[in-house]
Design a protein around this ligand. Structure first.
Ligand SMILES: [Fe+2]
Length: 286
């Protein structure tokens, strides 16, 4: 997305120092895990994965903050620290624990106003909040929206397919797994409140829908119903290869109207079948 930050009180050097601290902290949290630990072989229990997620969240959150008028430095620093305790603390308390570690670190930095530290720590502590986003500050909202958005779209699809490998699933389960990403995308679109986040959610949801269509058009034996175990049936295979069946198959699998979240379905077409992609245009020029 490449956001140009309008003005920043945090220098590039300071931010890089913070990034190094966060990465080192994550790496130290999983240092002894190769000897045991339930999650040790999942890639997302690694410092590399978590740090990559954090970088994505910084990018998305900064975009949202910039366009919605939130305090950019509060948002990007809280995005950087939001999951710092994710690998060492229980999921239920990782936000509060993260805020504690963040405060300890920020208090060692020169020239950071106490009000800035308080705001950053509040956003980190509240980033797991499950209630309406309108209950939170614009800065916390930007962070939560970015955290949600990183789990949908092309990246969300890659992660769930990667998980299939770790669960020894076959590729014919891919449609069901991609449907889960679609479902997650629809939920995300419902939950986010800012125009910028809604626009990003819309764009990402559309990408997953396209991927789902491409997948099914290339793999006739793909299971199309998440709830029914698939038995290959050569008489059905032809029907699945026709493009027109794809949306109705998705509807069956998820129990939802595929296009219920679209507002401008007529103009957003799969670039594979028609080279227009107004969603990408829409987001890139904002
Ligand atoms: Fe996160």
């Amino acid at each position: 997305m490449g956001v140009k930050i309008k003005e920043s009180a945090i220098s590039d050097t300071e931010f890089e120092r913070m990034q190094q601290f966060v990465y080192d902290y994550l790496a130290a949290s999983v240092e002894g895990d190769e000897d045991g630990g339930r999650m040790r072989w999942y890639p997302w229990h690694s410092a590399e994965y978590r740090f990559n997620h954090i970088q994505n969240v910084i990018e998305i959150a900064t975009t949202i903050a910039d366009r919605e008028g939130a305090a950019i430095d509060v948002v990007r620093v809280s995005a950087l620290f939001h999951d710092i305790s994710k690998l060492e603390a229980n999921q239920e308390v990782h936000a509060e624990e993260g805020a504690r570690v963040t405060r300890e670190y920020l208090q060692t930095c020169d020239n950071l106003p106490q009000s800035f530290i308080d705001e950053v720590c509040q956003s980190v502590a509240e980033h797991s909040y499950q209630g309406p986003l309108s209950d939170t500050s614009l800065e916390t909202q930007s962070l939560i929206e970015a955290d949600i958005l990183d789990k949908i779209g092309a990246n969300g699809t890659v992660l769930i397919l990667l998980r299939m490998g770790y669960e020894s699933r076959t590729h014919t389960d891919a449609a069901e797994m991609v449907d889960r990403v679609l479902e997650r995308g629809r939920n995300a679109k419902e939950r986010v409140v800012s125009d910028t986040a809604e626009s990003i959610a819309y764009q990402r949801l559309k990408r997953v829908k396209w991927f789902r269509e491409w997948l099914e058009s290339e793999v006739p034996a793909m299971s199309t119903d998440a709830n029914i175990e698939f038995t290959p049936d050569p008489t059905k295979a032809d029907a699945h290869t026709t493009h027109g069946d794809i949306d109705s198959n998705i509807s069956v699998a998820t129990g939802t109207d595929t296009d219920s979240t679209d507002t401008n379905t007529d103009t957003d077409t799969n670039p594979d079948t028609n080279n227009t992609n107004p969603v990408d245009t829409h987001i890139s020029d904002r």
